[in-house]
Write a protein that binds this ligand. Structure first.
Ligand code: ASP
Ligand code: MG
Length: 421
């Protein structure tokens, strides 16, 4: 017997038929003697629809009322799943965020969970009742409904799993695990059996969007064992979740010495970056601070940074990347700071992509970066910027070369599966 948190995303909850199928899957875990809590998303597309209503009502709206509106999608699916479970003869009830409660801070629309009161929940679960919990929502100060930011139901699931000390948090989604790279680009990408929290954080933050990044950080902090697995196999003959058919996200220790493990775990790509270059920036102390302070004050996340040395001219070019969605604001901030910074021209380019190779194996191996540069050079792919961390090397290239670069690197690091599939 185990205590399990199961989480189902929007595509798994989209419509009565799918919700019935989810109920079957939950029933299987209950029949196997497990204590179960289920965290659900709103039906696919529903949150977007609700967000739009708020925008239509007023472009500038009170985030506390926005939360009341957008939390509604999960209220619907949690009630429907409880009904579907009851129809199968499974004891179940919904627990809305304010009922448990899941307490959050007051950052409405992007709140953080502070505390979950699980006493009543645990009692119900121990009594064989399935707890159905709407993801994404909580209760802020003054007992106001809050939400955790888009994609937040992953974070709800991990937080509940931590709070009830679950043996596992199974995240059911429309893919059957985490792959070495995007299988749409590389059909021979392999499903990973295990990936570490840190690797998953790097993969998520560079564009492999399986889980909300925040949920992975929380799982790492709380030591929650997370499995990503498919909700689309027929629930009647899907492999049992405790045989770990998906991808487990675990700590370094649990990774052990997996002989099959490659040096590189995965390759991610991200086309949502924009490159900015400031020319003729004075080469003197404080110049770089003058560039990045206004961006930081504007909460703009700068990623890659390159500064060339000057060649006796007393000035140099500085290149960096920001999220493409923040480009217009970045250009505006830099324009306003032009006097302080004292640059020549500002040039930007959104036709770029960031390609990253990730793996804890590179901590103990040299040559990962040079292998990357060589493989790209052999295909004539030009590198515009580079960053590294202990377990990641990223390069910025022309957007049109994304697919080619991912394929070349997947092969270069020996990640291709034996057979297509
Ligand atoms: N329904 C919310 C969203 O679409 C939360 C989630 O599904 O994770 O962002
Ligand atoms: Mg999601």
């Amino acid at each position: 017997m185990a205590r399990i948190v199961m989480k189902f995303g929007g595509t798994s909850m989209a419509g009565t038929e799918r919700i019935r199928s989810v109920a079957q899957r939950v029933k299987r875990e209950v029949d196997a003697g497990n204590e179960v809590a289920v965290v659900v998303s709103a039906m696919a597309g529903e949150t977007d629809r609700l967000v739009n209503f708020c925008r239509e009502a007023s472009p500038l709206h009170d985030p506390r009322e926005y939360d009341v509106v957008v939390a509604a999608g999960e209220q619907v699916t949690s009630g429907l799943l409880a009904i579907a479970l009851q129809a199968l003869g499974v004891k179940a009830r919904s627990w809305l965020g304010w009922q448990m409660p899941i307490r959050t801070d007051d950052a409405h629309a992007k709140a953080r969970i502070e505390d979950i009161d699980t006493a009543a929940l645990r009692e119900a679960m121990a009594g064989g009742e399935v707890a159905v919990i709407p993801g994404f929502q909580g209760m802020g100060p003054g007992n106001r409904i809050s939400t955790l930011g888009r994609g937040g139901s992953d974070t709800s699931a991990v937080a509940v799993a931590a709070a009830v000390k679950a043996d596992r948090c199974d995240i059911y989604t429309d893919v059957d695990g985490v792959y070495t790279t995007d299988p749409r680009i590389v059909p021979r990408a392999r499903k990973l059996k295990r990936v570490t929290y840190e690797e998953m954080l790097e993969l998520a933050s560079v564009g492999a969007k399986v889980l909300q990044t925040r949920s992975v950080g929380l799982a790492m902090k709380e030591g929650v064992r997370v499995q990503v697995l498919s909700s689309f196999d027929d629930p009647a003959d899907a492999p049992a979740a405790d045989t770990l058919p998906g991808t487990m996200i675990v700590g370094d220790a649990e990774l052990g010495d997996d002989m099959e493990r490659q040096l590189i775990t995965g390759i991610a790509h991200d086309k949502n970056e924009a490159k900015i270059t400031l020319t003729n920036v004075p080469d003197k102390p404080g110049a770089v601070a003058n560039i990045f302070t206004p961006l930081a004050d504007g909460s703009i996340n700068v990623d890659m940074i390159i500064q060339n040395i000057s060649h006796g001219t007393g000035s140099t070019d500085v290149t960096f990347t920001v999220p493409a969605s923040d480009l217009a604001r970045s250009l505006d901030l830099l324009d306003k700071a032009k006097g302080d910074i004292g640059y020549g021209e500002i040039v930007h380019d959104t036709r770029v992509a960031k390609i990253s190779v990730v793996g804890v194996g590179m901590r103990s191996h040299a040559g990962v970066a040079s292998a990357m540069f060589t493989a790209l050079a052999q295909r004539g792919i030009n590198i515009q910027a580079i960053t590294t961390s202990e377990i990641k090397v990223s390069v910025l290239i022309h957007e049109d070369e994304t697919e080619l670069a991912v394929r070349v690197l997947h092969t270069a690091y020996g990640l291709d599966a034996e057979e297509a599939g």
